[in-house]
Design a protein around this ligand. Structure first.
Ligand SMILES: Nc1nc2c(ncn2[C@@H]2O[C@H](COP(=O)(O)OP(=O)(O)OP(=O)(O)O)[C@@H](O)[C@H]2O)c(=O)[nH]1
Ligand SMILES: [Mg+2]
Length: 390
């Protein structure tokens, strides 16, 4: 039986939960789907379906195991719940998740923790302009302490260039809402209303040449190789010619799906799976880019402005010197690179500096592209490409 096609009736946005470990991101994600399923605009996704490890996609094209899909009265959302900190860095910081807005989950019991601060810093750096705060575990916190946590979060946001006093802060209990408590289900609905109204519908670059950073690669028996990810710009439809940069292959798109539903065409902002004709499974990997032929040229060298978070924000304790070789996370790619600081001999945590970077291999680069700098499992910098060099 043919699968029901995806029909675009409302604006589509990508959002996600971020925040410190154990503050309740996955519980809240499950609670959101529960509240919306009761209103008839979503399908309930239980906690253990969100939090599980990826498995072989045998039932068809799946997007990303941590994605859930739902609708409010006015919008269609793809919501990514990143299981753990490393995944957050990969998906969000590198722009793979392409969040139009984020729900910052902060436990009312614990307040701002190191990863809360790190996620806010990185969200700012990669251009997530709108954050809504879920003060979670409000069922268990005392009101006075929760007030203090709220102040602390607003102050953190202000310090990173967000309008701290205007950002909606909603007290919720993901756990109680998930258990069906009407009061807390109402609070989760209030959070969604805040997201609907506070996060603007983004302008999509649908007229630009097509580009999709590859997040995952799957094989579907009898159909071929599938790549998944969020369309960064342009549109793509079945029959389009594309090239896989990194793999150096030209190919034709033979299928486009979103959340298991076939689409006639996908556009910037959509989370999709593309079936590619005649591309071997091992010829394409996460970090490659699928693009309109000739529209991007991979390069190795660029200048950039990079912020090095202070140690208290999760950054390094010591300065970096000329010749430093960390990992650069650009879109979904993870590449080693060497930095040159020019006149300055060292750059200290807490500073924002200009540098030249030479990557270990070519990747598609362009001015304005955001990236993260990582070393030993820690984010030591967040930057923006200024100029691409040859
Ligand atoms: N009292 C209370 N506990 C909660 C609430 N939300 C989550 N918890 C508990 O907090 C713990 C962590 O919840 P998770 O949803 O797994 O947190 P997480 O942020 O997804 O954690 P990681 O993915 O490991 O970073 C679990 O034991 C939850 O039951 C809440 O609203 N109230
Ligand atoms: Mg989780």
């Amino acid at each position: 039986m043919p699968k029901k096609a995806y029909v675009r009736t409302k604006p589509h946005l990508n959002i996600g939960t971020m925040g410190h470990v154990d503050h309740g991101k996955t519980t809240l994600t499950a609670a959101i789907t529960k509240v919306l399923s009761e209103r008839g605009t979503g399908t309930f996704v239980p906690f253990d379906r969100i939090d599980r490890a990826p498995e072989e996609a045998q039932r068809g094209i799946t997007i990303n195991i941590a994605h859930v899909e739902y609708e409010t009265d006015t919008r269609h959302y793809a919501h990514v719940d990143m299981p753990g900190h490393a995944d957050f860095i990969k998906n969000m910081v590198t722009g793979a998740a392409q969040l139009d807005g984020a729900i910052l989950v902060v436990s009312a019991l614990d307040g701002v923790m190191p990863q809360t601060a790190e996620h806010v810093l990185l969200a700012r750096q990669v251009g997530v302009d709108h954050i809504v705060v879920a003060l979670n575990k409000a069922d268990a916190g005392d009101a006075e302490l929760t007030d203090l946590v709220e102040l602390e979060v607003r102050e953190l946001l202000e310090r990173h260039g967000y309008p701290g006093s205007d950002v909606p802060v909603v007290r919720v209990s993901g756990l109680r809402a998930l258990e069906g408590d009407p009061r807390w289900a109402g609070a989760v609905q209030g959070l969604l209303d805040a997201v609907d109204t506070y996060v603007p519908t983004p302008e999509r670059y649908v007229d630009a040449p097509f580009l999709l950073p590859v997040e995952n690669v799957l094989t579907i028996t009898g159909r071929g190789t599938v790549v998944t990810g969020a369309v960064e710009r342009g549109t793509v439809r079945v029959g389009d010619r594309v090239e896989v940069l990194g793999a150096g292959a030209g190919t034709v798109v033979t299928g486009v799906e979103t959340f298991g539903k076939p689409m006639e065409s996908a556009q910037a902002g959509d989370n999709v799976a593309l079936l590619l004709r005649g591309v071997a499974r091992d010829a394409v990997r996460r970090g490659h880019v699928v693009a309109a032929p000739g529209s991007v040229i991979p390069r190795r060298r660029f200048t950039a402005r990079v912020h090095l978070p202070a140690a208290r924000e999760g950054g390094r304790g010591t300065p970096v010197a000329d010749g430093y070789r960390p990992q650069f996370h650009l879109r979904t790619a993870d590449v080693v690179g060497t930095i040159r600081l020019g006149g300055a001999s060292v750059a200290r945590p807490g500073e924002t500096v200009t540098m030249t970077v030479e990557l270990g291999r070519e990747v598609p680069l362009e001015p304005g592209l955001g990236f993260a700098v990582r070393e030993g499992g820690r984010t030591v910098g967040a930057g923006t490409v200024l100029e691409v060099l040859d």
